[in-house]
Design a protein around this ligand. Structure first.
Ligand code: NAD
Length: 533
């Protein structure tokens, strides 16, 4: 059974579409957070000995629980985060189910002890093997924008590697966090293998302070810096998945109809609140007008409203704080001479009236032309439904514009010339670059996810993400332990001459050169054997 620890104050969970309360939860005190880490460490010593087949069985059971409850889970995600119900299924539930089956089936193979080719050391009768050990307790601190798939996926990968987990969900989505705990409980995981602690930044800080063995953080650059600084006090290693300002480059030979559809989805899904949203669009000058018209036309077809309606494509922003950032950025574009072609304001039609009064957290999908990289709104993460468009003339200019950012999470390149697409993609400073695709690579759990530059450090997902959750141990064996090693003490002139040979012959990696060292090596070993007391 997974424990839920609550006490002291409460968090009220609000539906951002209606302003209505969905529920409330108690905040976990710092002492209780520390106690949760201790319980997690206790159960870790048992959990790490479970077989991969048992871990796989439980993860597949958790998948069954999710599948059985997917409609209810999608409604909860939608009502707490504001995203459309359909998006909760397509962008959270489906990808995490895929990640779960993949890691359940493949973790054992990826974590199997492996022999390493140690070159000429093998000639001396040595061998090396890498064994992977779990780390212990993994502390997971996610953002609110993918409140289900991100923490759940990270917890499952941690468990498959033999770790236990304590999750502190975002204060905006605590009920989704509790649901994750419930899923592990229903699947039959041991008590305390996954625990949920609740609260805002202070609870997250208490989790870092309680010194788990790894921290998996998803959120803003500002919070990432605080967590890295606090974790350094205990030398706790962190994976930081931070913000983005992701560019989309459209060349004049691209399929413009598809590029426009991708730009609209990439910029406006989850109301633009995805770390890998298209936040900057660079289009080659001679097709800019055509592409922009297509984008505006496709944007005009989108229905905005409460996420529980199946015809809705864009829900509300998550919070007043977030919508104010979007308003500030749109004003920055306007004041600096860019043109707002459509949208640019809160959606008056989507105002919801209830006992809490009239409110709207809906921001209209906004298309902007004439944006330039020197505008503040082209440099800071907006995290809202805005699509600023800039033109370029040459390939070199497009690459330079895309790389002119502190961020480097994802990017996309659109062209029918795949050789050009690959050439450009490899020059872009971003963790994932798509050719003729946008945004969705976080959903491919088999591939590493992580940012360049200020978009983060370390990885989740893929083999690289799994390696973050284990401690590789090198086991080195001398199979011919009948002779002393030439580099042992006492040192003599013969020893020093042998060491010169190590540097010039053995370290060349050449078998022929190393063979020439043999007489000197034997002289040295004989010298050491004679000194035997
Ligand atoms: P945030 O940084 O405000 O909060 C993230 C989490 O950190 C929350 O759970 C919060 O309670 C907790 N927290 C806050 N202060 C803390 C502290 N001092 N110590 C420990 N925990 C603390 O971010 P947000 O507004 O929830 O999320 C939006 C950001 O997340 C955006 O920048 C977005 O790009 C980023 N994001 C990145 C990825 C990625 O994979 N790179 C994915 C999703 C979101």
């Amino acid at each position: 059974m997974s424990a839920v620890i609550q006490s002291i104050d409460q968090i009220v969970s609000i539906n951002p579409a209606t302003g209505e309360e969905i529920g409330r939860v108690g905040v976990t005190s710092p002492d209780d957070v520390a106690a949760a880490i201790e319980r997690s460490r206790d159960i870790f010593h048992r959990w790490k000995t479970t077989s991969f087949s048992e871990r796989r069985r439980l993860v597949m059971k958790a998948r069954d629980v999710i599948l059985a409850e997917k409609e209810e889970i999608a409604h909860l995600i939608s009502s707490e985060s504001g995203k459309p119900f359909g998006e909760a299924i397509s962008m959270e539930i489906a990808p995490v189910l895929d990640l779960m089956q993949w890691i359940a089936k493949n973790a054992e193979k990826m974590l199997r002890p492996r022999r390493v080719n140690i070159g000429l050391y093998a000639m001396m009768g040595r061998s090396s093997k890498i064994v992977y050990h779990p780390l212990g307790v993994v502390g997971i601190i996610p953002a609110w924008n993918f409140p289900f798939s991100i923490p759940l996926g990270e917890a499952v990968m941690a468990l498959m590697a033999g770790n236990t987990a304590v999750i502190k969900p975002s204060e905006l989505t605590p009920l989704v966090g509790l649901k994750i705990g419930e899923i592990f409980e229903k699947a039959g995981f041991p008590e305390n293998a996954v625990q949920i602690v609740l609260g805002a930044g202070e609870t997250g800080a208490a989790l870092v302070e309680a010194a788990p063995d790894k921290i998996m953080f998803t959120g803003s650059v500002a919070t990432g810096r605080k967590i890295a600084a606090a974790a350094a006090r205990n030398l706790t290693s962190c994976v930081l998945e931070l913000g983005g300002k992701d560019p989309m480059i459209v060349f004049d030979d691209a399929n413009l109809e598809l590029a426009a559809g991708a730009a609209v989805w990439g910029a406006f899904c989850n109301a633009g609140q995805s770390c890998s949203s298209v936040e900057r669009l660079y289009v080659q000058q001679n097709v800019a007008e055509t592409l922009t018209k297509l984008i505006v036309s496709k944007t005009s077809e989108l229905v905005q409203g409460s996420g529980d309606r199946e015809d809705v494509s864009i829900g509300p922003m998550s919070s007043e704080r977030q919508i104010k950032i979007v308003e500030d950025h749109v004003n920055d574009f306007r004041e600096n001479g860019a043109t707002v072609l459509t949208g640019g304001k809160r959606n008056a039609d989507a105002v919801v009236r209830n006992e809490a009064g009239a409110r709207t957290l809906f921001f209209e999908p906004t298309v902007i032309t004439g944006a330039t990289n020197d505008m503040r709104a082209m440099q800071e993460e907006t995290f809202g439904p805005t699509l600023p468009i800039t033109t370029f003339k040459t390939e070199e200019e497009a690459i330079a514009l895309a790389n002119d950012s502190e961020f480097g999470l994802t990017a996309s390149v659109w062209t029918r010339d795949l050789a050009k697409g690959k050439r450009v993609a490899e020059q872009i400073e971003a963790g994932s670059v798509c050719i003729n695709e946008v945004l969705y690579t976080h959903g491919i759990g088999q591939t590493p996810w992580g940012g360049f530059k200020n978009s983060g450090q370390g990885h989740t997902h893929g083999r690289e993400g799994l390696m973050e959750l284990v401690q590789p141990q090198h086991i080195h064996t001398n199979h011919l332990s009948i002779l002393p090693d030439a580099w042992w003490m006492p040192y003599t002139p013969t020893a020093v001459e042998t060491f010169r040979g190590f540097a010039t012959k053995f370290a060349s990696g050449s078998l022929i050169k190393t063979a020439r060292l043999m007489p000197q090596l034997w002289k040295r070993i004989s010298e050491l054997r004679k000194k035997k007391s």
